[in-house]
Design a protein around this ligand. Structure first.
Ligand SMILES: [Fe+2]
Ligand SMILES: [Fe+2]
Length: 144
């Protein structure tokens, strides 16, 4: 099946393994849809919802563990997209609702993925990498 949305290493790779794995998983599920089948769009939306809940929880655990200062904005954005996805899945029992879910899936989600990854997730990963770098420097100092 052709990929709708490629994982672009230059653009999407954050070089923070845990987050990169989650983002690759997101696109794997996203791309496994058959866009000609409403059932498939509904199924993949639900799979993405389940994945995204775990994905966000993992990122939020990292924010809390390392006192990330912009966690409130980031968590709000996570909650917003989960609520949106849930809303469109719930409405998809009618043909009208199904068409809205389909356009949300094809037009909004890939745009959201790029926007969120390039802004909030990249900021979080830079913060986490900086902390682990500082920790390594401190360990080196203790050793020497
Ligand atoms: Fe993410
Ligand atoms: Fe995020």
């Amino acid at each position: 099946m052709p990929k709708i949305k490629e994982f672009d290493k230059k653009k999407h790779l954050l070089n923070y393994e845990k987050m990169d794995t989650l983002h690759l998983e997101f696109l794997d599920i996203y791309n496994s849809v058959n866009i000609n089948s409403n059932e498939s769009i509904k199924l993949k939306s639900t799979e993405l919802f389940i994945h995204t809940k775990r994905h966000f929880l993992e990122e939020e655990k990292l924010m809390d563990r390392y006192n990330y200062p912009r966690s409130m904005e980031h968590k709000n954005e996570h909650n917003k997209v989960l609520a949106e996805l849930q809303f469109f899945i719930d409405k998809s029992h009618s043909l009208f609702g199904m068409n809205i879910l389909k356009s949300y899936y094809l037009e909004k989600l890939p745009y959201w993925f790029d926007y969120h990854l390039l802004s909030m997730d990249s900021d979080l990963s830079a913060y986490l990498k900086n902390i682990s770098f500082k920790n390594e420097v401190n360990i080196m100092r203790e050793v020497n």
